[in-house]
Structure formats: structure tokens, C-alpha cells
Design a protein around this ligand. Sequence first.
Ligand SMILES: *Cc1c(COP(=O)(O)O)cnc(C)c1O
Length: 711
Amino acid sequence: MDVQKQIETTEAGLNRLARNLWWTWNQDAQDIFEELSPRAWRYLYHNAVAVLRELSDEELRVRLLDEEFNGRVKSVLQQFDGYLNATDTWAATNAAGLAKRPVAYFSAEFGFHETLPIAAGGLGMLAGDHAKSASDLGLGFVGISLFYREGYFQQAINSDNWQTEYYSQLDPANLPLEPVLDDEGQPIVCEVEIAAEPVQFRVWVVNVGRCPVYLIDANLPTNQPHFRDLTQRVYGGDNSTRIMQEILLGVGGVRLLRRLGIEPSVFHMNEGHAAFLAPELMRERIEAGVSFPDALAEVKRQCLFTTHTPVPAGHDRFSRELMDYAARHFYDQLKVDAKDLLALGRVNPDDENEEFCMTVLALKAARAANGVSELHGAVSREMWWSLYPEGTVDDVPIGHVTNGIHLAGWTKGPVRKFWRRKLGQVEPGADLSEELAKPEFWARAEDPVFVSDEELWALRYRLRRELIEFARRRLQDQEHRSEASDFIAFDHLLNPDALTIGFARRFATYKRAPLIFDQYENLVRMVRDLRQPVQFIFAGKAHPRDDEGKRLIQKIIHLSKHSELNGHLVFLENYDVHVARQMVSGCDIWLNNPRRPLEASGTSGMKTTAHGCLNMSILDGWWREGYDGTNGFAIGGDAHPENVEEQDRVDSENLYKVLSSEVLPCFYDRDENGIPRAWIGKIRRAMATLAAEYDTTRMVREYTQKFYLSE
Ligand SMILES: *Cc1c(COP(=O)(O)O)cnc(C)c1O
């Protein structure tokens, strides 16, 4: 092959690579895009597709004439193709049947990367990580979701410290998306009925390694404007928008799979949002002559359901009127009375006043259901016992699979390199993501032969500094936008030597973001002690219609600017995947203080481990299982008062107690070289006990063995 031909092949390879999210968890691939244009990489927010588009054909061609660079690109492309075509995967041995008849995983949101903001929070992040690990394991897996053209909102804080929302249009041409085309090269178009009207949609595919995730897009000129806007925003609009989005997801998703000729072996509903896939699957059978009860029984054999919320208000419920309006075509299509269809969403089928609940529908239509941590499984059995009154609470058929995170994707670039050097036993070119999921890999973190205290402490300093510099830049931009006149020395904001405590997540009220400030006097005393500096970094979004959550943000920002905590507390705007990655890596302590047992699992704390940040959390969700007394800190114990005010009071006292009597003394207990040996011991324990256990590799294997493969 002549040089020109070779370069064209490599260019085509780079374009393919940019459009497959695999690069987001492969450091060598990421380095290449960054190196092509370090500045564009930064201001285009790490968007490989957009970075490539910045370069002219001429520039790219010439860059590839550089043999060293060209060699690295080729080696990455080889890794990439090796990954895509591997036949010796875990699933090839353990779940070969799913290759031809995949798992179809339906989720209203998927979080993959900061450039594709179509997730609102943990539920979507989990779905994205599930897809990435399914790919790593070689599992037959396809995802179904919606393409929200304006994504989830961006957050800005106004001069009253009040959250405001703005939206920007996502441009598919600049994203790792491809249109799904038919045999003639035309975009495929499918149709669903909503409010007895036809609504058409087209489809985009996100390539997540080996797994496609299809995104339904109703923004077509053939649709009436109000239907076109159904896929505008993540959880946008009111309950009427919500039910229509869910019809699009559930019914549209099934029709899309049929259209693509994909014959799933199981339909996995990630949260109740997707449950309308069940009546659609029933319709197919009823049209073929099967009775309603038999259709339900058959569909049930194919469906699985994961519930995510122990908060009663967190379950979608639709009124009779709304069902009659938006979903009335179901009655005709399934050839039943409204009453029989509505019964599928009611705990008590005869109660005409009971609203239609998507969780109930999902539970009735699934052969198996699970919560997302052991405690959440138990809470869910309690919560839905009324649906299964014939047995005891332990007989309620809801189990659990504890959540995880896709570790390779969440680990910061320099940290991936660090662990490859220290603990890796693979050749330089080999894929680290598999290694990171192994308990043996992380067991080495407990052995100073592989990594010394000094190296770990230097890593902690480096990551803390990176976070602080990131925060300074962000705060400067925030201040710039708010046109405040105060002079702030941003270069001196936050202290790189201080114990840095992070809190970042959705500002749902049960997560109690400002709980620690109930100990205001104590905290002021604590931050005044210059021998043991402490600082707090907060971030998070409240739902656009959640004024209570916005008030919590306001309170924290107010304290950060106008209280004695000023200088020791900052709030970073616009929490997203990128901010999350900076925070879970740079902080020393990851604070989580939900009102137990309302945090079904929580996953942000799992992202900290590989970076040497320790959890300090209420024993709720995953931490109730993860904490073993040596690998972080627990706030309070297993008992918690029923009364909410009492619980808040007790928890804030316990929080302060752990912080002042365990965390600070341990962090500041230094040897003659200034190294906190006991603290680093805890970091090592956290790595050895948590990193592999809470990787989605373990989680997806568990789903496969417990649910996907067993009928
Ligand atoms: C991990 C993550 C979450 C979930 O965090 P929780 O602690 O489970 O609430 C939410 N949003 C973003 C951007 C995340 O990265």
C-alpha cells in the first residue's frame, strides 16, 4: 500500500474511533485526540468528534506523516479493532446464547460522557456504565433511550444565589452519534400512537464499544409540533409530557427492535419509565389471537425490572384522565376494557380511584425484579408487599443487585497511567479496563512493594491540586458571569494542603446537602483551627421544578459567600460528568448523608476509590455493604429514628462527631516525613475491598447470571 492510501485508512480509522465511546475509557485513544489539538480538546469539552472536525484534511494528513504519532494512532486502532472483534470474551464462555438474542435494556436516560448530556443523574449514569461493562464483557446487549435534543439543563446561579436553567441544542453531527439507516441509505422511520394519533420517530445510534444504544428522536417535520418536542428535554414538561415520552420509549423501543430485526431474549426495564414496553409486547400476541391473560403471562417470561427509588413520590403515577387521553389506544389495541388495562397499574385492581403506577405495571409484567442494594431490596419488598398479600414480606419477589460504576471510564487519565505502572502486569499496549475490574489487581494496592505510602501521598497531593486549580478556574468564570464587583484572589482560593471534603449529587431534599451546616458553630471553630485546615466543595443541580432543592443550593452558596465559612466553602456550578470526575478524584473525603433508607444505592462514592478518596457516609445504599470498619468512615450506625427531624438532628451530630474525632485526627496524624500512614492504610484498604467489587463488571455478571440467563 502506498503512503497516501495508508494515511487515508488511518484517517478513516480515527473517524470511526471518535464515533465509538470506547475511546472514553481507553487512555491511549484519549491522548491522541487531546494531542491533535490541546486547546480544542479543552474548549470543546473533550469531544473527539468535534476535535477531529477542527482539523482540516490537510492538517490531519500532515500530522499523520509524523511516524511516531502515526505509529501510536495505528497501535490504538489495532487495540480498538482487537476489542471489537474479540472472540474470547467472558460472555462467549458464560452467556453465548445472548449473542444472537441480546438483552434489550430500556432506560429513559443514559449517561456516557460530558459531551452527550442526556442524563439527569445517577439512574442515567448507571445505565451508561451498564452498557460499557456489557461491552467489555462481550455481552449481547442493546440499549434503548430517547435523544433529547436539548439534553438535561445547564445550571447557572443568579445574583440571588438562585439556580436558573438554560439549554443548548445538541448537534448530532458533532456528537458520537450516527443516524440509523435503512437498506436504501435513508433514515429509518417508525411510528407509535400517542393520544390516538400517529407519531413518527427516527433513530440515532451511540456505539458503546461493542454495544449499540439506540436513541429515539421525535423531532420530525411530519409530526405535529407538540409531538416533535416530546424528545426535547430530559424529564421536561409536565405529567402529560412524561407519559408521552414513556410511550415513545416503551412502545417505540419495541417497534424499533422489530424493525431492526433484533429479537431480544429479555427486555430489561431500568426503572418504571420503560414499562409501556409490556402492553406493546402484549399487543403483538393479542393480535395473533392470544388472550389477554395468556399474553401477560407470556410477556412476563421475557421481562425484567430494576426499581431505583424507595421515595414514594419517585414513582410515576398517571391519572385516569391522562391515561384515557394519552394511552387510550392501548384499550383498543389490546382488545380489553379500560378497567382491565388500568388494573395492570394498580395495586388494587378494583379501586377506580387508584392512579396508574408505572412501577406496579413493571412489577406485574416482569418475571423478576430487583432493587439496587441489599437494603434497598428489603425496603422495596416492604414497600410493595401489598401487591403480593398472599405471602410474608420475605416472599415478595424483589431481590437485589448492588450497583457499580464502570471503573475504567471513571478513573482520571493520569491515575489510569499511575495504576498501569504500579499494579499493572500487562504489556504497555494491552487493555487496562479488564485489569481494573479484577480483585487481584486491587489486592496489590495493599502491598507497599507495588506502591509506597510516599507515592500514594504524592498522588493525593497531585489530584487535590488538580481539583483546586479546576475549582479556581470555574469559580473565576462563575464570578465573571455574575458581574459581581467583589475582588477575589482566585489564585489563592482553597488550600492545597487542607483536608478537602466533597459533596456533589442531585439536590433532592432527601440527600440533605446542607446537613453539615446544622453544626454551624462547631464548623466555624473547626475551620478556624489553622493547624488542621479543612475545606468543603459542593456541587449539584436541583430539578427545574424543585424549589425546595433550589433553596438548599441557595443556602450553601450564601454560606460560602457571607458567613464565617467564607474561604473554606465553595459551590461549583453546573455539576456534570466532568465536574464529577474532578471532584471524586481530588477530594480526600466524599460526604454522603441521605435520610436513610432513601438512597437506594448511590454511586458517586464508588468513583472515589481508585483515586484514593475515602467515603464518609450514612450506612445507606451501597455503603451499608461496602463499609467494613477499615476502608472509610461511617456516620452513625444501623439504627435510625423514624421521626424525620429527630433523624436529621442525630445524623448531623454524628456527622460532626466522626469528622472531628476520627477523620481529622487520622488525616493530620503525620510521621516525621509528614506522611499520614494510618490514613494511607485506609486508602489501601478501600482499594482492596471496594474497587473491583463496585465495578459494573461484577454487576453486569451478576445480572447475567441471576436474571438474564435464568427463566
Ligand atoms: C455518579 C453521578 C451521579 C450519581 O451520584 P449519587 O451519589 O448516586 O447521587 C449523579 N450525577 C453525576 C453527574 C454523576 O457522575
